[in-house]
Design a binder for this molecule. Structure first.
Ligand code: HEC
Ligand code: HEC
Length: 229
């Protein structure tokens, strides 16, 4: 039996047999901390980005939408086409780098009660006050220019895919971005990626306020589940 399946089944037993509610913080410590930073790492320089086994979660409460977390933790579908860390999971192809699937592993799964408890505990983790700019996103309908900005003018498409089977492999897919991520996080990340993740290779571009709004709206609306005003 695959280890993650075994983990899922035993977590299921625990969830049904335990009379008390699942303990979210304890789950995070015992099952997640080996791969994810749950507190801000002291060393956020390049070697942290290189060595970490999963994305930092110490600001999860500023990043994710809780309903998405609860679903995803039960059925984790790949977000980063080349996992964490991109450069360790690609090999040379004919023209461009291709993902070496054999080096990628399945994400551990949680049973429903544990997923809910873990999601609650994750939503309670917030980073430093200034990490995310709150309330700047205006939540308007993306203009027709937004797609052009994303795919051509600002080069986002070179690293991110939008669910059409095209787009880049070195950044997280963004067609579930609207379901997954809080709009204020999306806005802040596009504005200044290194403020959130010091050594990440997404470039800090000088993007106008209008284009920032547009790109954020575009990503929020991509999942088709959120209607902007
Ligand atoms: C063996 C290492 C490992 C363990 C253990 C692990 N994860 Fe992960 N986690 C990863 C990797 C790698 C990714 C990136 C997956 C992707 O992008 O497709 C990830 C992604 C995530 C994400 C999405 C993060 C983002 O920024 O997109 C969440 C949330 C998450 N894990 C929560 C958990 C929780 C909760 C646990 C404990 C129950 C856990 N993980 C245990 C390696 C791990
Ligand atoms: C050189 C590659 C590259 C380019 C170009 C790039 N990004 Fe990124 N982007 C990344 C990486 C790498 C991450 C973070 C990876 C991680 O968390 O593991 C990221 C993260 C993001 C996130 C947060 C997503 C998440 O799931 O955490 C958003 C939103 C985003 N990028 C939007 C954009 C937009 C909009 C553009 C164009 C203006 C762009 N990116 C250009 C590589 C890139």
């Amino acid at each position: 039996m695959k280890p993650y399946l075994f983990a899922a089944i035993s977590a299921g037993f625990l969830a049904t047999s335990a009379a008390s509610a699942a303990d979210g913080p304890a789950i995070l410590e015992s099952k997640c901390a080996s791969c994810h930073a749950l507190t801000q790492p002291e060393n956020s320089a390049l070697d942290h980005v290189w060595e970490r086994k999963g994305p930092d979660l110490y600001y999860a409460g500023d990043k994710f939408n809780k309903p998405w977390l609860v679903e995803w933790l039960q059925d984790p579908i790949r977000i980063r086409p080349a996992g964490e860390f991109y450069f360790k999971h690609v090999k040379k192809g004919d023209k461009v780098d291709v993902v070496d699937e054999s080096t990628l592993t399945e994400h551990p799964k949680l049973a429903k009660a544990d997923a809910e408890a873990a999601a609650d505990a994750l939503m309670a983790l917030t980073g430093p006050e200034e990490l995310i700019e709150k309330g700047k996103f205006e939540d308007k309908k993306a203009s027709p220019m937004a797609k052009m900005l994303f795919t051509k003018l600002r080069g986002c498409y070179a690293c991110h895919s939008t669910g059409d089977g095209k787009g880049g492999l070195s950044g997280p897919e963004l067609h579930t971005g609207g379901e997954r991520l809080q709009p204020d996080f999306i806005y802040s990340y596009i504005k200044d990626p290194q403020k959130i993740d010091k050594s990440v290779w997404m470039p800090k571009l000088n993007i106008s306020e209008q284009d920032l709004q547009n790109l954020t709206s575009y990503i929020v609306q991509l999942s088709g589940k959120k209607e902007a005003k």
